[in-house]
Design a protein around this ligand. Structure first.
Ligand SMILES: C[S@@+](CC[C@H](N)C(=O)[O-])C[C@H]1O[C@@H](n2cnc3c(N)ncnc32)[C@H](O)[C@@H]1O
Length: 240
């Protein structure tokens, strides 16, 4: 049966319910689908923030908190906040806090970040931008909460340019990934959302352009696995 993505208005509720349902299996699913490589990419994201001393970082769409914890591992003095609208994902994230690695988690909508302007030195996102209802609005909101010269680092699915590899990746994403999802969660069809949502998501160059148009500067991206995975880095301009 053909799978149809939710429309823009329905998307937030759909996404929130979906992640609440899959929360228990999310980490395992990620490990299997990326063959554990997401851990390396998340270490890369954390490294890009280059946080100094007690600088503040906001991990948006933090899910089970992988990126936030990794940043604290690399920058132990930094102050980390994770924000997500899925209560079940946040419960798992909170259960992973330890006395040494402790992230402050908040339940909330990343489209309307509950912080004042210029609060953070860095904002990170892992597989979140693809899930929000309006990327332009989301980026504007991130610019608002970043300090001047603050950094945005976003990890997500990218587009592969080499046709044969793109074809193989498409097959994997549309046939193997939903199967893995079904095996992990029998009776659920929600893992079809993942490949379908990647089709509508802008390619690396387009996202770079959108980020620049929104007001970020020095936007660049790093590809992994021929571009199947990509990390965008962008900066808020200094105060003029
Ligand atoms: C694919 S998971 C990524 C989790 C984690 N960042 C990682 O890299 O593994 C996407 C997360 O984004 C959250 N999310 C999506 N849209 C959101 C929004 N508008 N506000 C807050 N959280 C959102 C979902 O609840 C989910 O936990």
């Amino acid at each position: 049966m053909t799978y149809i993505l939710p429309n823009t208005e329905e998307k937030p509720v759909y996404v929130e319910q979906m992640f609440n349902k899959i929360a228990q299996k999310y980490d395992l699913f990620n490990d299997i689908v990326t063959l554990g490589m997401h851990r390396k990419w998340k270490r890369f994201v954390a490294r890009q923030t280059g946080l100094v001393d007690e600088q503040k970082c906001l991990d948006l769409c933090c899910g089970t908190g992988d990126i936030a914890r990794e940043i604290l591992r690399q920058f132990p003095l930094s102050k980390l906040t994770g924000l997500d609208f899925s209560e079940n994902m946040l419960n798992i994230a909170e259960s992973k806090n330890t006395p040494e690695i402790s992230v402050k988690y908040l339940l909330g909508d990343a489209m309307s970040i509950p912080f004042q302007d210029g609060e953070f030195n860095a904002v990170t996102i892992g597989y979140g931008m693809r899930n929000v209802k309006d990327i332009n609005q989301f980026l504007k909101e991130i610019l608002r909460v970043l300090k001047p010269e603050g950094i945005l680092v976003s990890l997500d699915i990218g587009k592969i340019k080499v046709p044969t590899i793109a074809y193989l990746n498409h097959f994997y994403f549309f046939h193997i990934v939903p199967l893995i999802g079904k095996l992990l969660m029998p009776g659920e069809n929600i893992f079809k959302y993942l490949p379908q949502s990647s089709l509508e998501y802008p390619n690396q160059e387009s996202l770079k352009k959108i980020m620049t148009q929104t007001g970020f500067h020095n936007v660049h991206f790093h590809n992994f696995v021929f571009g199947a995975s990509t990390v965008h880095v962008a900066y808020k301009p200094a105060r003029t």
